[in-house]
Design a protein around this ligand. Structure first.
Ligand code: PGA
Length: 241
């Protein structure tokens, strides 16, 4: 595990964006694993700024997102496809057909999960995967107790996750009860993994990750088994204040 401690959210975003931009510059066909939530926003902003300023091209880049809510179409403002369109895809020369998010409206969710996992395999695994973490250690929507062998699957969201994610919806009742997520084993297929942890709300998760053994009760701990895992956290997350 490669650990980078930084002063602030801004510095964390700067470091993460450098890793992704470098990957795309070195390999114009790079396959990027992307995440939603508040944490990656600064990273995306910097990647977009670099594209505009330096012309780093995403023409042949493929992106694969971690998860999507079941039942939300790409037009729903709280869907992850919508989030990615607004905050990333539409600002770069990335081709829409190369930008992948699970389809939460698929009629057969089992088939959709299988399709998504085969997509990752057909791409030969992702080159670099960006991750945030939940307060309970979840990665993607893999909640505590998820098998480390899990592939893309449908999950029942915990009440806590629905509560925390309620901020992205008009009201709490609107938050879907299920989601499709890449599994822990799908995430571990990536050649490199970059986990970002920022802010005091994530302090306990950071310290558990650093100090506790690898256990399915704390999903992010699986990353410690990965040969090319980089953790970037800020001082606020470290201090918890
Ligand atoms: P956040 O979400 O970046 O909005 O904190 C991370 C997560 O729940 O995985």
């Amino acid at each position: 595990m490669n650990i980078i401690e930084v002063e602030s959210y801004e510095e964390m975003s700067e470091k993460a964006s450098e890793l992704f931009i470098q990957k795309v510059r070195n390999n114009p066909n790079a396959k990027l694993g992307l995440a939603t939530g508040s944490t990656p926003l600064g990273t995306y902003k910097r990647m977009i700024a670099d594209y505009k300023k330096n012309g780093t091209s995403y023409k042949n880049v493929t992106t694969v997102n971690l998860d999507e809510y079941v039942g939300l179409s790409k037009k729903h403002p709280s869907s992850y496809r919508y989030y990615m369109n607004e905050r990333f895809y539409h600002h770069l020369n990335l081709k829409q057909e190369n930008a992948h998010v699970p389809d939460g409206t698929a009629l057969d969710l089992t088939i959709e999960c299988e399709r998504y996992e085969s997509l990752i395999d057909q791409l030969g695994g992702l080159d670099i995967q960006l991750l945030g973490i939940g307060q309970n250690g979840h990665i993607g929507f893999n909640e505590p107790g998820t098998s480390f062998d899990s592939l893309t699957h449908v999950v029942e969201l915990t009440e806590n996750t629905r509560e925390v994610n309620g901020r992205f919806f008009q009201n709490r009742e609107e938050v879907p009860t299920k989601a499709i997520t890449m599994g822990i084993a799908s995430i571990l297929k990536s050649k490199r993994i970059v986990l970002l942890i920022s802010g005091k709300e994530k302090s306990q998760a950071l310290h558990r990750l650093l100090n506790e053994d690898v256990t399915e009760n704390f999903p992010a701990s699986a990353l410690k088994k990965h040969p090319n895992f980089t953790l970037i956290y800020d001082k606020e997350a470290w201090k918890g204040v």
